[in-house]
Design a protein around this ligand. Structure first.
Ligand code: NAP
Length: 244
């Protein structure tokens, strides 16, 4: 007998869970969603904003309350948290947790109908803007993220882990922008102005990703021939000292 009161439940309501819940709730037919109660401010905010979102009394009530349960915990919290929960054999689990293999999840959760994994980005919050790697194809993960912009179906869990590493370079990209900003400060600019400038330059460039994802073509578009942004031979053609 099913005890479902919602289509989806979420265990671990942090940044990525909020993005997924927001994307689902902004879709044309928002599903009902049950949230684990920790992270009170965030869960209250989501429940207040979206009528189909509710907060469960505790983790087990969330875990038992939906046919499909999203696991959005930090990897280091997964084992301890999942070990306290019981899942039914007819439930589907979608894990967005990096570096927790399906076999380990199966060991922690016991028998369930399906375990799938996904590596979403916060862009899924704007329903239609995500492009989410999922494994395996035809799973609950694919169905969910198809509705939030699209899925990149991967042929193996090993490739999913490689994609996860590639996606994590966004943090290095932001650190790079901070390095360039600091270099500009060293040249005499104010920190706030330097950061705003870099944000503006890169927001403009990344806005073009909606229509173009050939980075070589984009680099060409942004490089004035023989100008300071020229990238011919893979080298920056600017004069003066380079950011380190
Ligand atoms: N952020 C991203 O862009 C992104 C993208 C793809 C995949 N992921 C993966 O998604 C997972 C979550 O990442 P995140 O950035 O969303 O982390 P996060 O913001 O720290 O969210 C994790 C949430 O889980 C909660 N939590 C911890 N222990 C719990 C428990 N026992 N019961 C219920 N909730 C619990 C945390 O609450 P407290 O803060 O109170 O501890 C926090 O709200 C990670 O495994 C990460 O690899 C993240």
């Amino acid at each position: 007998m099913t005890q479902d009161t919602a289509e989806y439940a979420v265990i671990g309501v942090g940044s990525i869970a909020e993005a997924i819940v927001t994307g689902l709730s902004r879709s044309d037919e928002p599903p009902t969603i049950l949230l684990s109660p920790r992270s009170r401010q965030r869960t209250a905010r989501l429940a207040a904003r979206y009528p189909a979102v509710r907060v469960a009394a505790d983790n087990q009530a969330a875990a038992s309350g939906a046919g499909t349960v999203l696991l959005c915990l930090r990897p280091q919290d997964a084992a301890e948290t999942l070990a306290t929960l019981r899942f039914r054999a007819d439930q589907r689990l979608i894990s967005v947790m990096a570096s927790v293999p399906s076999a380990e999840l199966a060991r922690l959760t016991g028998p369930v109908a399906e375990i799938s994994r996904a590596i979403p980005a916060t862009a899924v919050a704007a329903a239609g803007h995500g492009f989410t790697p999922v494994f395996p194809g035809g799973s609950a993960a694919q169905r969910l993220f198809d509705g939030l912009g699209g899925s990149m179906v991967l042929g193996s869990e090993q490739l999913l882990d490689a994609v996860s590493v590639a996606s994590a370079t966004v943090a290095a990209h932001l650190a790079y922008l901070q390095t360039v900003s600091s270099w500009l400060v060293g040249q005499g600019a104010g920190l706030e102005d330097a950061q705003r400038l870099m944000a503006s330059v890169f927001a403009g460039a990344t806005a073009e990703f909606a229509d173009e994802s050939d980075f070589v073509a984009l680099a060409r578009h942004h490089a004035t021939p023989v100008g300071s942004t020229s990238t011919s031979n893979g080298r920056c053609g600017g004069r003066g000292s380079s950011p380190r």
